[in-house]
Design a protein around this ligand. Structure first.
Ligand code: 5CA
Ligand code: ZN
Length: 406
């Protein structure tokens, strides 16, 4: 489907500012900092299920991968970026039933709002932006392959993936079985369904149900399961071995565990992703910001209230991606103030030299995408005096290229 317009990203090398380094990022599967690799670096990030978009938790996730991409580009690496839209799935259909809206109209409206929010936040667009609905053929193909491999079976007309067929199942999240079963139940799975071989087996293809959308296929009339959607889209557009699989920490299990397991059975290749990168959860008002809880702060709401999207971006970048945090309403004003002070600094006739600032920015990003520390680097430069007339424009370009702040 249509993605959104990407912002221009200045090339700092062309400005005589040299090149950066590929970042080290936290890899969930090994629980260590690993240096990224790949040119092009192939990145798949799980997209929205289009309702109640775009809350600050979503935005934080897509900004993390935007920062990652900007850092890789500055290091001279191309990034091949794919993102999905889960435009047919239980929670979306349930919301449509609840509000009496047509599910497709709901998905289209919310996806469009997401595009507008991503554009306003200056998030680099994916090269392929793919809806589940438009990937049905690929998904059916993968499910057939899983069936041929003996990794799928039927329960009352529904087709399930057998986790026992995946040699490396469990290696992404590394959780005890009891935790996996609990999380599966909380996050869209059906561990208690009778007839399954293992409680952790997941739906690949759900037979058509009255009143629900379905597609005719060799698997029978039905619709795709969630995890296989991302496995199929990633395999189709990025191949069997990707460099980064990304999303929020709420997707580590079961979603990324099972997508990776399914893909690895089809391709006979492991690991599915060299690095699994996850954004910690953003909360509000005492809990994880989530559509089911309803404690949402929407990017579009803040924008409508007059908050500069660049201030929203700065507010989110002020938090580490590694630790859960809770949004405070006062953060919008604090970020707006910071944005003003930066813009005033960029408008000066002269300032402290740019290269040390650029070097320090690159260092904080290469060393684990430490965005909050990167902001402090710019603060310090903005507060310092200097006589270099080229510095304001140079630092502004670096802040644009590396942090996405215009
Ligand atoms: N469509 C699926 C992924 S295939 C999905 O999880 N959609 S979502 O709309 O629920 O979330 C979109 C992205 O935002 C996911 O990567 C998810 O991990 C992330 N996310 C959701 N809630 C939060 C939150 N409170 N904090 C940080 N990230 C979040
Ligand atoms: Zn996904």
């Amino acid at each position: 489907m249509e993605s959104w317009p990407s912002p221009a990203v200045p090339r700092l090398a062309d400005l005589g500012l040299g090149t950066g380094r590929l970042p080290r990022v936290h890899d969930t599967a090994s629980d260590t900092l690993v240096e990224l690799a790949g040119d092009p670096l192939r990145m798949y990030v799980c997209g929205i299920t289009p309702y109640d978009a775009t809350h600050l938790g979503h935005a934080a996730t897509y900004l993390l991968f935007d920062l990652l991409q900007r850092t890789c580009r500055d290091a001279g690496h191309a990034v091949h970026y794919v993102q999905n839209v889960t435009d047919v799935d239980d929670p979306l259909l349930e919301r449509a039933v609840l509000t009496g809206e047509d599910w497709e109209a709901l998905a289209q409206r919310e996806t469009q709002l997401f595009r507008e929010d991503m554009t306003a936040l200056r998030v680099i667009a994916p090269d392929h932006y793919v809806g589940a609905v438009e990937a049905i053929e690929e998904i059916v193909d993968i499910v057939e392959k899983l069936r041929d491999a003996g990794a799928a079976y039927d329960v009352d007309g529904d087709i399930y993936f057998s986790v026992n067929a995946a040699e490396h199942f469990g290696e992404v999240a590394r959780l005890p079985v009891a935790d996996m079963i609990r999380l599966s139940g909380e996050r869209g799975g059906d561990p208690d369904r009778p007839g399954k071989k293992d409680p952790l087996d997941c739906l690949l293809w759900q037979a058509a149900r009255p009143g629900e959308p379905y597609w005719e296929s060799l698997l029978g009339a039905g619709r795709p399961g969630w995890h296989v959607e991302c496995a199929a889209i990633a395999l189709r557009h990025l191949g069997p071995a990707i460099d980064v699989q990304g999303g929020g920490t709420d997707l580590v299990f079961p979603h990324h565990e099972l997508s990776a397991a399914e893909a690895s059975v089809v391709t006979e290749h492991w690991p599915f992703a060299r690095t699994f990168v996850h954004q910690a959860m953003v909360g509000y008002d005492g809990g994880k910001m989530s559509k089911s809880r309803g404690n949402l702060v929407l990017v579009s709401r803040l924008r409508a209230d007059g908050v500069d999207p660049m201030a929203i971006r700065l507010a989110l970048l002020a938090h580490s991606y590694r630790a859960d945090w809770e949004w405070q309403d006062a953060e919008a004003a604090a970020a707006s103030e910071r944005l003003q002070s930066w813009r005033a600094a960029f408008a000066r006739e002269a300032a402290a030299p740019a290269q040390p600032v650029v070097d320090a920015l690159r260092e904080t990003l290469a060393d684990g995408l430490r965005a909050p520390d990167a902001l402090v680097v710019v603060d310090a430069w903005a507060h310092a005096e200097g006589t270099d007339p080229t510095a304001p424009a140079m630092v502004a370009a670096a802040v644009d290229a590396l942090l996405g702040i215009a």
